[in-house]
Write a protein that binds this ligand. Structure first.
Ligand code: FES
Ligand SMILES: [Fe+2]
Length: 374
C-alpha cells in the first residue's frame, strides 16, 4: 500500500526538518556482467514475455478501430480497440506467409495485410482471402490472428504474451493520473545502454545535487525522498522546495499537486513519472544487452479548450527533457561505456537506493522462477 498524499507531505516536511531521507533495510551487490551479458539479456526478454507488461496508455486507442503496433520483448504485437470498445492484442503476423499486418498506429475497420490482401476483423477473425479458390482446403476459422492477453489497469494496456509467472506488476499498479488525460506527445528513441541503467536513474534522489546542480537541484533537494515499495512495484517521491509553503496549511487541506514528482516503477521495464503539469510514461524495449529502445508517451489535461493547461504541460515536458534528462543520459551512457574498464565485478546499491534494491531483488527472484518454469 502506498502512503496517502497528505502522509507523503508530512513525511517530506519531517525529512526537511531532520535532514534525513527514507532508508532501505539492506544494501545489494549486482554483478556488473548483468549489464552486458547475452545470457542475462535473453533471460530478461523471456521474462518480459511471461509478465503483464505495459504496452501503451489506453489513451493511445481513443476510438473503435484504433491500433498500435510495435515490437514488444522481441515479438511484433498489435493492440486494437475492437468495434465493441474492448481492447485485444495479437501477434502481428499474417496467417498466410507471415507479413506484419499493420505498422505503427492508426485507425481501421479491418486489418488488411499489405502483401496479398488477406483481411482480418478487429477481433482477429480472418474475414477475406482474395481469389480464395486458390486455397480450396484452407480453414479460415482456424487462421485468425493469434491472440495474446491484453488487460487494462488504471489507464495502461498490459500485454502478457506467455503464461504469466506472476500478475503482480499489473495488480500492484495504482491510480497514477487523471482518467481523462490524453497523449500530447509520443516518441521512441534508441540508446546505447542496458535498459536497467535508465530505469535505475529514475529510482533514487541520491544523485540530484552532483548530477543536476543547475537544473533539478535549485527546485528540489539533494537526497531527500520518500521511497515506497508497493508489492512488486515501487514509487519514489522527489519533493520541490515549494512544498515548504504547505507548513502553513492545515494537514487536511494540503494538496500535493505541483509539490512533488512521483516516479512509479512498474516492475521491471516501465516507469511513470507524474510531474507538475504532465505525466511521462516510458517503456523499455531491450534490443541487445547494450542497446535499448525507449517508447515514451507524454500525457496531459484532456480538454481541447484548455490551451493554457496544455501549454503548461508542454513547457513542463521540455524543461525536463532539455535539461535534467540530458544530464541523466550522459551519466548512464558513461556507466555503460565504463563497464569495459573492468574495475568493478559488482555495483553496490546502498540504503538510499532502496527502490533499486527492491527491483534487483525481485528481478533475481523472477528470473530464478523463470528458470524453474523451463
Ligand atoms: S502474407 Fe499476408 S496476405 Fe500474404
Ligand atoms: Fe537524474
Amino acid at each position: 500500500m502506498l502512503l496517502s498524499d497528505t502522509e507523503v507531505i508530512s513525511r517530506v516536511l519531517s525529512h526537511i526538518d531532520n535532514q534525513t531521507t527514507d532508508l532501505g533495510d539492506r544494501d545489494w551487490q549486482e554483478p556488473v556482467e548483468n549489464y552486458s551479458s547475452m545470457a542475462r539479456f535473453n533471460a530478461e526478454l523471456k521474462l518480459m514475455r511471461h509478465l503483464p507488461v505495459p504496452f501503451c496508455p489506453t489513451a493511445a486507442l481513443p476510438e473503435n478501430g484504433s491500433y498500435v503496433a510495435r515490437v514488444a520483448a522481441g515479438v511484433p504485437i498489435v493492440v486494437v480497440r475492437t468495434m465493441d470498445g474492448t481492447i485485444r492484442a495479437f501477434r502481428n503476423a499474417c496467417r498466410h506467409r507471415g507479413m506484419q499486418v499493420v505498422q505503427g498506429s492508426g485507425c481501421a475497420k479491418v486489418l488488411k495485410c499489405g502483401y496479398h490482401g488477406w483481411a482480418y476483423r478487429l477481433d482477429g477473425r480472418l474475414e477475406h482471402i482474395p481469389h480464395d479458390y486458390g486455397f480450396p482446403d484452407f480453414d479460415k476459422d482456424t487462421h485468425g490472428l493469434v491472440p495474446v492477453t491484453a488487460e487494462v489497469k488504471n489507464g495502461l494496456v498490459f500485454v502478457t504474451q506467455e503464461e504469466p509467472l506472476t500478475r503482480a506488476p499489473l495488480l500492484d499498479t495504482p491510480v497514477m493520473m487523471p482518467a481523462d488525460y490524453q497523449i500530447f506527445d509520443s516518441r521512441e528513441n534508441t540508446s546505447d545502454i542496458n535498459w536497467k541503467l535508465n530505469i535505475e536513474a529514475t529510482m533514487e534522489g541520491y544523485h540530484i545535487k552532483p548530477t543536476h546542480p543547475e537544473t533539478f537541484y535549485p527546485y528540489g533537494y539533494d537526497n531527500l525522498n520518500v521511497v515506497e515499495t508497493n508489492g512488486i512495484n515501487s514509487r519514489i517521491t522527489f519533493p520541490f522546495r515549494r512544498i515548504e509553503k504547505l507548513r502553513e496549511v492545515p494537514e487536511a487541506e494540503r494538496k500535493i499537486d505541483r509539490m512533488v514528482t512521483y516516479v512509479y516503477n512498474i516492475f521491471p521495464f516501465a516507469s511513470v513519472a507524474v510531474l507538475s503539469n504532465h505525466t511521462s510514461i516510458t517503456i523499455s524495449e531491450p534490443i541487445s544487452p547494450t542497446m535499448t529502445r525507449f517508447v515514451n508517451y507524454k500525457m496531459g489535461p484532456a480538454r481541447d479548450d484548455d490551451a493554457e493547461a496544455l501549454q503548461r504541460a508542454k513547457k513542463d515536458a521540455s524543461f525536463v527533457a532539455d535539461t535534467g534528462l540530458l544530464e541523466d543520459n550522459a551519466v548512464i551512457r558513461a556507466i555503460q561505456a565504463g563497464l569495459a574498464s573492468g574495475a568493478n565485478t559488482h555495483f553496490t546499491y546502498g540504503r538510499f537506493e532502496k527502490a533499486i534494491v527492491h527491483l534487483h531483488k525481485n528481478l533475481a527472484e523472477q528470473l530464478q522462477s523463470l528458470n524453474q518454469f523451463g
